[in-house]
Ligand binder design. Structure first.
Ligand SMILES: *Cc1c(COP(=O)(O)O)cnc(C)c1O
Length: 463
């Protein structure tokens, strides 16, 4: 891939100062945060790549929309604007705002899942898995085997393993599979895209067995860009048409709008058949959990910003620039011999910490080591997507060994420039050069029972 940086299709009107600290300051800050990046203050971070969720920069049109926000409890014009944009782009009969993606899961999943039922996905995001379980169901991941080989460059590593899906349905019994969830792009596998052919194939399986299909659509626009670029027959289609075809294969969708919607807070769900009895049930849940259905936990001004963001997120120039940022990082890492989930994902670069620290075992958390080194090196914040995040087996209490040890560089939308990305790459090169001198990892001195990675305390193991 070419290392040429795709110039920003925007110029900068408003700036937010950030400050570089000294190494000594950072060593103190991270120790005070007990070696947990979630414990750092944002003001002590120089380049913040913790997540691309809700961290994007809004456009002049989005900020202008904020002033048009209609804060009426019922029937707000901002609601009508948002739902007409969403219906136009996704083609679903019913769409509903909610306060973020996990709220859509909370509202919809109990309508499909209960004790004894399974959800099968190309990979569940962590809140998605949690809501499957809260509804009483069990979550099974079924991604193609290629996803598990970071250094093997292959297109559409986010796909569902369709033969295995059919085998699973056969074993579990179709009547026990409550939902098939297609996550586009596949976040947990490294932001890897799903091909249209795979959407079509999974949809055919769903129809054959009469199982509803849910699209977990946080990064639908990035996925459409990959389809246009890499899948035969799509080069001349517009992103909007590709998005529309993608959604046509689902029955319902859940969405975090904090990603490709380019807003700081918001979410949505949709039901393709607007006359389905599901709609009434979903509305009832929404009114209980989120608020009346014409705002669903969002303020009028935020619905305005999202109505604009939905269109900006599918602009091809924007997507070319955005995926170009990932490609740029990837090309520079290739030159430096630093491995990552290859090719780069749509929202970030997932560094292979196992390759960087082959001598550090999973139970000393190599990806957490890399995340902490990046902070100490240059004030860059990223996070572990590996054994540290996986936590312990709930039955045995034993540390789970993750298939991946990724340190994720998630790139916020329209926020950082080429020079910021260079700072990141140069820090990584410096760490790689001394990686062999970092002999040991970390041990956990305190952890909460669930989702421990957000709050746990860690201590460096003496060398
Ligand atoms: C972010 C995300 C969610 C959850 O959305 P929130 O807005 O964080 O609640 C669900 N699925 C995927 C794939 C996501 O990336």
């Amino acid at each position: 891939m070419s290392a040429k940086y795709v110039a920003e299709p925007f110029r900068i009107k408003s700036v937010e100062p950030i400050r570089m600290t000294t190494r000594r300051e950072r060593e103190e800050k991270i120790l005070a945060a007990r070696n947990n990046v979630f414990g750092l203050k944002s003001e002590d971070v120089y380049v913040d790549l913790l997540t691309d969720s809700g961290t994007g920069a809004m456009s002049i049109d989005q900020w202008a929309g904020i002033m048009h926000g209609d804060e009426a409890y019922a029937g707000a014009s901002s609601y009508l604007k948002l739902t007409s944009a969403a219906k136009d782009i996704f083609g679903y009969g019913y769409v509903q705002p909610v306060h973020q993606g996990r709220a859509a899961e909370q509202v919809l999943f109990p309508l499909f899942l209960c004790a004894g039922k399974y959800a099968i996905s190309n990979m569940h995001f962590d809140t998605t898995r949690a809501h499957v379980e809260i509804a009483g169901g069990r979550a099974i991941d079924c991604v193609v085997p290629a996803a598990k080989e970071p250094s093997t460059r292959a297109p559409f590593k986010g796909n569902m393993d369709v033969p295995r899906l059919e085998k699973l349905i056969g074993e579990l019994g179709a009547e026990n599979v409550g939902l098939i969830i297609m996550t586009v792009t596949n976040n947990s596998a490294g932001g890897q895209p799903v091909s249209m052919q795979n959407m079509r194939d999974v949809s055919a399986v769903c129809k054959r067995y009469n199982i509803p299909m849910c699209i977990d659509a946080a990064r639908y626009a990035e996925n459409a860009f990959f389809v246009k670029r890499d899948e035969a027959g799509y080069a001349d289609k517009s992103i909007k048409d590709i998005v529309s075809e993608t959604f046509s294969y689902g029955d319902v969708f859940t969405m975090s709008s904090k990603k490709d919607g380019i807003v700081n807070m918001g979410g949505m769900f949709g039901v393709k058949d607007g006359d389905s009895p599901l709609v009434l049930k979903a509305k009832a849940n929404c009114i209980c959990f989120e608020g009346f259905y014409t705002y669903g936990g969002m303020s009028g001004r935020d619905m305005e910003a999202l109505a604009v963001g939905l269109y900006e997120g599918i602009e091809e120039d924007f997507l070319r620039y955005r995926i170009g940022q990932m490609e740029y990082i990837g090309a520079r890492l290739d030159e430096a011999g630093i491995t990552y989930q290859s090719p780069v994902g749509g929202h970030g670069v997932f560094l292979d910490a196992k390759a960087m620290f082959p001598h550090i075992p999973y139970y000393e958390f190599p990806a957490q080591v890399l995340a902490l080194e990046l902070y100490k090196e240059a004030g860059i914040r990223c996070c572990d997507i590996g054994s540290y995040m996986m936590g312990n087996n709930p039955d045995t209490g034993e540390q789970i060994e993750s298939e991946f040890e990724f340190a994720r560089l998630a790139i916020p939308r329209r926020v950082y420039t080429q020079a910021h990305l260079d700072v990141v790459v140069e820090a990584l090169i410096a760490i790689k050069e001394r990686a062999h001198t970092i002999k040991r990892g970390y041990r956990i001195t305190w952890e909460p029972p669930v989702l421990r990675h957000f709050q746990a305390h860690l201590e460096k193991i003496e060398e």
